[in-house]
Every structure is written in structure tokens, then in C-alpha cells.
Design a protein around this ligand. Structure first.
Ligand code: XUL
Ligand code: MN
Length: 345
């Protein structure tokens, strides 16, 4: 099996300086240009962008300036043999969206968020992509009384419709996450995301991006979340990583906490022939804070390697034995067949 079957991407934020909410950076910053050189070396062809990853200080720049700088970025990508997977408006770092963007109680904030998302579509095209990702970071509440949740769901649909109207081809991938930074988010699961999609004027262009850790935080199995989207032909991307239980969003290396859960994610992608769709296998992984600078990209290399090894495990699984055990409803034996296979026994 060659890695050519799957295309891999990650975001520049996945090579980080190691700051966490309790301590500052522990590694020197790496320039964007230096990060880009690492992509190909590590077997990645796709770059995930936030709008201000591609155009720093985006809020201080005019639309035409943002487009010009995005075109420049596309040239840099072309020279490096890389492709932009998507652009995502980074609302959550903007004070304007302190209480949500599309669901802010202030209508002027909601309008500015819609305008930024529209600009993000224009930017995605300049970067050579036809997709934006919406992680609804602050679209939710710390306390339920702060917003009218029924109105908030309508506001999310209004925003999606405005974006679809603005751009006749763009695809929107909603990235569900149940909490963090908010106590509760309005799109905690792929079920919520796709229900919102079905209320828009073009559901075929509003799909989902499943992040493994987010699904685990919601108490779900990431492979079933993926399956739900795949069954509707709406799995627009994935953010593979791992999560050790119900804690802060850990973004651990794929398979690092639960190898069997990772196996099942690869299994479902293989079952759907995801590689043939041309959609990306995106990673959203974070190096441990303890990692020294010179080995601070092992989390990316390891996640890529684990994914490829699990593809091999899925493709070499004894499906005849599996079928017999399923027919016999002997799931204890089926479980052991899986575990023996994963352990190489
Ligand atoms: C947040 C998260 C984001 C999105 C991109 O938890 O996963 O990095 O993936 O905006
Ligand atoms: Mn993510």
C-alpha cells in the first residue's frame, strides 16, 4: 500500500511553541516559510489555513489587500508543491466575537461575522480551495440564560444561507465540538451539524469535518460520527487526533490514547473508499509541551505513520473469519480477532 492513496494535511498551528493556559512558550517560534518546508519532508501535501494564517493581521486589511496577499500565498504553495485544503475564519480570537459570532446577541456583531465568512470564501478560492471550515467556537453559552437557543439555531442557518448565497460553489464543513471554550456549544455533534445543513438552501454544500477528540469529548465514537456523515455523503474532511477521556481538548497523536478507536476510524474511511473521493486526511495534533524543539514534529510523523499502519491492518484483517463470527453472533471471539490482529499475534 502506498501513501499515494490518501492525501494528508495539517495546519501551521500544529507546529507550536508549547504554550498552554498555565504556562508560556517553551520552544522557539518557527517561521511560516520554515514550517512549509517540513510538509513535504513529512509526507504531507495539504495545508489547512485559518484566514489569518494566510493573511496575518487580517482584520486591519481591506478586502482587496486580503485577496492580494492570499494570491501571494498561493504562489508560495505552488512553489512548494503544496495545496490549500481550506480556509477557516478565526472568529474566536477576535474580541468582537467574545460572546459568539453568528449567534452573538448584538446584530452588528452577527453581520460582521457573516461578512468575514464571506471574505473567507473569496480567500479560499484565491488560495486554490473550494472549502471553508466553520468551527463554531463561541457559538454557545457559559450559562443557558445568556441567549435564546432557539433564536441561535435560526441565526446559524441564516449565516449559512448568507454564505451559500454569496458564493455559488463554496463547500462549508462544520466542525462539531461539544464544549471548550464554551460550557455548551450549539453544534456538539455531526447530527446537529447535518440537521442545520438540511435547513439551509443548499444542503449538498454544507457537510461536516469530524475531529476525533471532539467526538470523544461528546461521549461518541469518532468512527460512528464519521459514518453518520459518510452515509449522507457529507464527510468533507477529518481532523484525526486522540483524546484520553473527558478532559481539556488534548489533540494527542492519532492512536496515542486508543489504538483500537483509531483502527475503527481508519476502517470506516476504508469502507467508504474515502481516499478515492479526493477528500483530505487532515490531522489536528499538538506536540506535548515536554517535547524539545528539535523533535517537536514527531506528533505529525507518528500520526501519519500510525494511520498508514492501520490502513495496512484494515486491509489485512481476516474478513472471512470476521463474517463467520458475525453470522454466529460470537462477538467475544470477534473482539479477540481484532485485538490479536492489532497486537500482531
Ligand atoms: C479547535 C479546533 C480548531 C479547528 C480549526 O478545537 O479543532 O483547530 O480545527 O479551526
Ligand atoms: Mn480541529
Amino acid at each position: 500500500m502506498s501513501s499515494n492513496d490518501y492525501r494528508f494535511s495539517f495546519g501551521p498551528w500544529n507546529i507550536s511553541e508549547g504554550a498552554d493556559p498555565f504556562g508560556p512558550n517553551v520552544r522557539p517560534s518557527i517561521s511560516f516559510a520554515d514550517k512549509l518546508t517540513r510538509y513535504k519532508e513529512m509526507g504531507f501535501d495539504g495545508v489547512q489555513f485559518h484566514d489569518d494564517d494566510a493573511v496575518p493581521d487580517i482584520l486591519s486589511k481591506s478586502h482587496s489587500q486580503v485577496m492580494a496577499e492570499s494570491r501571494e500565498m498561493k504562489k508560495v504553495l505552488d512553489d512548494a508543491g503544496l495545496v490549500a485544503e481550506f480556509s477557516a475564519p478565526r472568529f474566536w480570537e477576535d474580541n468582537d466575537g467574545i460572546d459568539g459570532s453568528f449567534t452573538a446577541n448584538d446584530p452588528a456583531v452577527r453581520q460582521r461575522a457573516i461578512d468575514r465568512a464571506k471574505q473567507c470564501c473569496d480567500q479560499a478560492h484565491e488560495l486554490g480551495s473550494n472549502m471553508i471550515v466553520l468551527w463554531f467556537a463561541r457559538e454557545g453559552t457559559y450559562i443557558r440564560e445568556a441567549k435564546n437557543a432557539i433564536a441561535a439555531y435560526d441565526q446559524l442557518v441564516e449565516a449559512l444561507d448568507a454564505i451559500l448565497d454569496h458564493d455559488p460553489t463554496i463547500e462549508i464543513a462544520i466542525e462539531p465540538k461539544p464544549n471548550e471554550p464554551m460550557d455548551h456549544n450549539y453544534a456538539p455533534s455531526i447530527g446537529h451539524a447535518l440537521a442545520l445543513s438540511h435547513r439551509t438552501k443548499d444542503p449538498s454544500r454544507v457537510g461536516g469535518l469530524i475531529e476525533s477528540a471532539h467526538a470523544i469529548l461528546a461521549g461518541f465514537d469518532p468512527s460512528d460520527e464519521m459514518a453518520f456523515a459518510l452515509a449522507e455523503n457529507k464527510l468533507f474532511s477529518v481532523h484525526l487526533n486522540d483524546q484520553n477521556g473527558l478532559k481539556y481538548d488534548q489533540d494527542k497523536s492519532f492512536g496515542g490514547a486508543n489504538l483500537r478507536m483509531a483502527f475503527n476510524q481508519v476502517r470506516i474511511l476504508e469502507k467508504a473508499n474515502y481516499a478515492a473521493t479526493g477528500r483530505w486526511v487532515g490531522l489536528d495534533v499538538k506536540a506535548m509541551r515536554t517535547q524539545k524543539a528539535e523533535v517537536a514534529d514527531l506528533h505529525l510523523l507518528n500520526s501519519h505513520k500510525i494511520f498508514m499502519n492501520l490502513v495496512e491492518k484494515v486491509r489485512t484483517f481476516d474478513t472471512e473469519a470476521e463474517a463467520k463470527l458475525i453470522a454466529d453472533r460470537n462477538y467475544e471471539a470477534l473482539e479477540m480477532l481484532v485485538l490479536d490482529h492489532l497486537m500482531g499475534c
